[in-house]
Write a protein that binds this ligand. Structure first.
Ligand code: NI
Length: 203
């Protein structure tokens, strides 16, 4: 997910130790982020069986590429890897805050309240549009050591997780935009095409 939430991100700091990946923009990030129109973004990701060093290294490379692109979330399919792996850091401006590494994430419950919020995506740079989603979720996942974990999320974090989990099913936020006129205008402005959008109700 692209960052346009710096105000909110500042408010959602938590107490954590320093992360292993520096939050900096690299001249040559390790992974290429594929853009709207790429088949990689429409592929169903596969569950990760064993959480090993390769997976941890992939997560690190994903974090480096995410920070380089100034994003707050990145899913493995966006870098052409069909695995259920997400990295998220809504505290990207706080060098001490640790990012989240979510392996085989599964949203187990959605809150009843919906809200509308402007989203962006590193695979659709420059495009920002409102999307309606539940404002709270419950989630289960494995951490980078393969340990099963559960968490509740709200606000920007809940939104970011839902956006990234969508990527694992080949769904993009533009598929969920209800205002077709706004969508057309925004995509055209950034050189993207409507034919690459798959409206969610039909997918
Ligand atoms: Ni995205």
């Amino acid at each position: 997910m692209a960052n346009n939430f710096s105000q909110l991100a500042k408010k959602s700091r938590n107490n954590v130790s320093s992360s292993k990946v520096k939050k900096e923009a690299l001249e040559n990030p390790p992974l290429e982020i594929f853009k709207l129109g790429s088949d990689f973004l429409r592929t169903d990701a596969k569950r990760i069986g064993k959480v090993d060093l390769d997976i941890r290294n992939l997560a690190k490379d994903m974090l480096k590429s995410m920070y380089s692109a100034k994003g707050i979330g990145l899913a493995a399919p966006q870098v052409g890897i069909s695995k259920e792996l997400l990295v998220i850091d809504i505290n990207f401006e706080d060098s001490a805050a640790e990012p989240l590494i979510l392996i085989n994430p599964e949203i187990t419950a959605y809150g009843n309240t919906l809200n509308s919020y402007e989203e962006g995506c590193l695979s659709i740079p420059g495009v920002y549009l409102n999307v309606i989603r539940p404002s709270t979720i419950k989630l289960k996942f494995s951490d980078e050591m393969g340990r099963p974990r559960k968490m509740n999320a709200e606000g920007l974090l809940a939104r970011c997780i839902q956006h990234e989990v969508d990527h694992l099913r080949g769904v993009l936020f533009v598929d969920r935009v209800t205002s077709t006129e706004d969508l057309k205008t925004e995509l055209k402005k950034e050189g993207f095409q409507m034919k690459d959008v798959v409206p969610y109700s039909q997918s």
